[in-house]
Design a binder for this molecule. Structure first.
Ligand SMILES: Cc1cc2nc3c(=O)[nH]c(=O)nc-3n(C[C@H](O)[C@H](O)[C@H](O)COP(=O)(O)OP(=O)(O)OC[C@H]3O[C@@H](n4cnc5c(N)ncnc54)[C@H](O)[C@@H]3O)c2cc1C
Length: 394
């Protein structure tokens, strides 16, 4: 392979003339999964991130069964809590608690998870460079050139996994259908807050589509709220009232941050030329729960597979199109189902609360989605559910 770097021997990723098989932009779950899979197959892979790693990421860190099934086994050591109990409340009211003997959710701190995923990509042969900021992308003569705050980088295939509102998503032309603002605090745990061990809490807020959570980790409680972007003061007031109603407002705040979540419009592209987008960069996220790690892990792995095929055996267009088809076939139906559920929830939060907190079917389906044994699109394909959504949603 002329002009291509040796995977283990490259001294400088800024060497002029180096052409990577695969350049991955963004080292979250989508990017490091893509880099690992492509490197395992023998491609020369460079993965870059603008942040200094390990880096903080605003996130609940909830891993549903699908995420746990896709993660390499070694990564499971980063799980800090296994959840067997959930509490549901409406607008800060009294919670209704459900408990199960078997855990249905695992909780991680993202800096640990993401660092472990990057290390797995490096162990597979990828080269990782942090503190590299991508500025722009262009493609000519079958090569993609990525301009950074350092030297320009060249690759046969680029995978954009640079999160919400990322540069690569803009280049590809990603269009999002909805945007939310999430606010989160990490509260330092004290002996009395051990009460949340193995237990999570959800509250359905008064703004349409809003909800709040408490997710316990080893040393912190991750407490957050999310609602449609545009009312930041209202979002902040909801966080304050949620902290008050949970009785956690006296705990010391370790970290406070905000982040946007977005989900793709049905016609949004996943590829432009030899550039693919995966994870949040492609708007792959459940619009209702805002669960995105399983989407990032799966789309990242598939993008890595497609990039490997494009650089080793198949015509580039065919290989990269197979990624787009797979995302549309396997992920988009759940995004559309999540969108329908979000609209229903916006109109009928009390009904959703009742279904989850007080009905055996509601909690069974919630647990099955957490376990990964049912998907939202699978649930909505049952006629009684889709009919109920149509009748109540209209
Ligand atoms: C408050 C909140 C709570 C959430 N809770 C959960 C949850 O409990 N469970 C769940 O499944 N999902 C949750 N999500 C969603 C989840 O965080 C995302 O879906 C997931 O992080 C997407 O992973 P990713 O790899 O696509 O992107 P990211 O994890 O965002 O990674 C993108 C990376 O790209 C880098 N980058 C960005 N721009 C550039 C650039 N120009 N140059 C170089 N690098 C760049 C960034 O530094 C970052 O490291 C939550 C989201 C929010 C906001």
């Amino acid at each position: 392979m002329e002009d291509s770097p040796g995977r283990a021997t490259l001294n400088s990723d800024v060497a002029a003339g180096v052409v990577w098989d695969v350049l991955v932009v963004g080292a979250g779950p989508a990017g490091s999964s893509a880099a690992r899979v492509a490197a395992e197959g023998g491609a020369s892979v460079l993965i870059i991130d603008r942040a200094r790693f390990p880096r903080y990421k605003t996130c609940g860190g909830g891993l549903i069964g699908i995420s746990l099934g896709v993660l390499p086994r070694s990564i499971l050591a980063t799980v800090e809590q296994e959840v067997c109990e959930v509490r549901f409340s409406l607008r800060g009211g009294a919670p209704q608690t459900h408990r199960r003997a078997l855990p249905f959710l695992a909780l991680v701190q993202r800096e640990r998870l993401d660092e472990a995923l990057v290390q797995a990509a490096v162990a597979a042969g990828a080269l990782f460079r942090d503190s590299v900021v991508v500025k722009s992308v262009e493609e000519a003569d079958g090569l993609v050139t990525v301009t950074t705050d350092g030297a320009p980088l060249r690759a046969r295939v680029v995978i954009g996994a640079d999160g919400t509102s990322g540069r690569i998503g803009r280049y590809v032309g990603v269009q999002n259908r909805g945007t939310d603002l999430a606010l989160e605090v990490e509260l330092i745990r004290t002996p009395e807050s051990r009460a949340y061990d193995g237990s999570i809490a959800f509250d359905w807020g008064s703004a349409p589509g809003s909800y709040a959570w408490v997710f316990p980790k080893e040393k912190v409680l991750t407490v957050g709220v999310i609602q449609a972007r545009g009312e930041p003061q209202q979002t902040r007031a909801y966080l304050d009232s949620w902290l008050h109603s949970t009785g956690l407002d006296h705990l010391e705040t370790g970290h406070f941050s905000g982040h946007l979540t977005q989900w793709r419009a049905p016609e949004s592209p996943l590829r432009r030329g030899s550039v693919l987008v995966a994870g949040d960069a492609a708007g792959l996220l459940d619009p209702w729960t805002r669960e995105g790690i399983s989407y990032a892990l799966r789309s990242g792995c598939w993008a890595g597979e497609a990039a490997l095929a494009a650089t080793s055996r198949e015509p580039v267009g065919d290989a990269l199109d197979s990624y787009c088809r797979r995302v549309l076939r396997e992920l988009d139906p759940d995004i559309r189902a999540g969108e329908r559920l979000l609209h229903f929830f916006e109109k009928h939060p009390r009904l959703v609360h009742f279904a989850l907190a007080h009905s055996a079917t509601g909690i069974r389906l919630f647990l099955a989605v957490c376990d990964g044994t049912k998907t939202l699109s699978g649930i909505l394909s049952h006629r009684p559910f889709s009919r109920a959504l149509r009748v109540f949603g209209s």
